[in-house]
Design a protein around this ligand. Structure first.
Ligand SMILES: *[C@@H]1O[C@H](CO)[C@@H](O)[C@H](O)[C@H]1NC(C)=O
Ligand SMILES: *[C@@H]1O[C@H](CO)[C@@H](O)[C@H](O)[C@H]1NC(C)=O
Length: 222
């Protein structure tokens, strides 16, 4: 009997730790308030935490020092709906990183150090509704096809970047766009800007603030 317990104990310990990591796994220094949320806000992280549960839906990583997202990240976390990477030190999005995020609805990459948004960055993100890319002080290039495929996108933030121009097709390709923020960029008034300006005039209901005025209310009250 005694020896049997001694034999069983390590076995049970192993079994329970395996069950724990398999069932409910919260990365150290993060909080997991519910089964689908991992909150690592402001933890001084310099890279993405290990051992994030694969079925995570809300991943909060703002106010850290994360410099990159591995290109297979969203292949792994394919249930992600809400990803907040605001106020990190991202400088570059590897091609294809966000092209498999078919469930992602909310993506915040604001207040990072991105310099460009290349073609096809968001490939298959057909569920994406809100995309925040503002306050990237060196972001001076948004490729013409950067947002191709974002058929559900309603809100796009590009404010306080370093954009001197923006191809009007970047915006006219977004069929669901309702709100666009472009203020605080060093726009240069050339022919391309004239096209953008005309588009903005025709779509001015999509601008939340017009030259410091009050936010334009959507007539349907949304
Ligand atoms: C950005 O993150 C840093 C590091 O956590 C923090 O000190 C700073 O207050 C944050 N900035 C904002 C605007 O939240
Ligand atoms: C942001 O990018 C600029 C230019 O690319 C660089 O000089 C600066 O050190 C970067 N800052 C951080 C916090 O990575």
């Amino acid at each position: 009997m005694f020896s049997c317990v001694r034999w069983l104990q390590p076995f049970l310990a192993l079994l329970s730790s395996t069950l724990l990591t398999w069932g409910y796994n919260c990365p150290s220094s993060c909080l997991c308030p519910d089964h689908h949320t991992v909150d690592c806000t402001g933890q001084g992280l310099t890279r993405l935490p290990d051992s994030i549960p694969l079925d995570v839906r809300r991943l909060l990583l703002s106010n850290n020092w994360i410099p990159r997202i591995p290109s297979d990240f969203l292949v792994l976390y394919s249930d992600l709906v809400y990803l907040d990477l605001r106020n990190n030190t991202l400088t570059k999005l590897e091609p294809g990183t966000l092209s498999t995020s078919s469930r992602l609805v909310y993506l915040d990459l604001g207040s990072n150090n991105l310099t460009e948004i290349p073609s096809g960055t968001f490939g298959e993100s057909r569920s994406l509704i809100k995309l925040r890319l503002g306050n990237n002080p060196y972001l001076n290039m948004v490729s013409k096809d950067a947002f191709v495929g974002l058929t559900s996108l309603r809100e796009l933030e590009l404010e306080s970047n370093a954009l001197s121009g923006l191809d009007v097709e970047v915006l006219s390709q977004l069929p669901s766009l309702r709100v666009i923020r472009l203020e605080g960029n060093p726009w240069v008034c050339n022919c391309n800007f004239a096209k953008l300006f005309l588009w903005l005039l025709e779509n001015r209901h999509k601008l939340p603030t017009v030259c410091g005025g009050s936010p334009v209310k959507d007539p349907k009250g949304q």
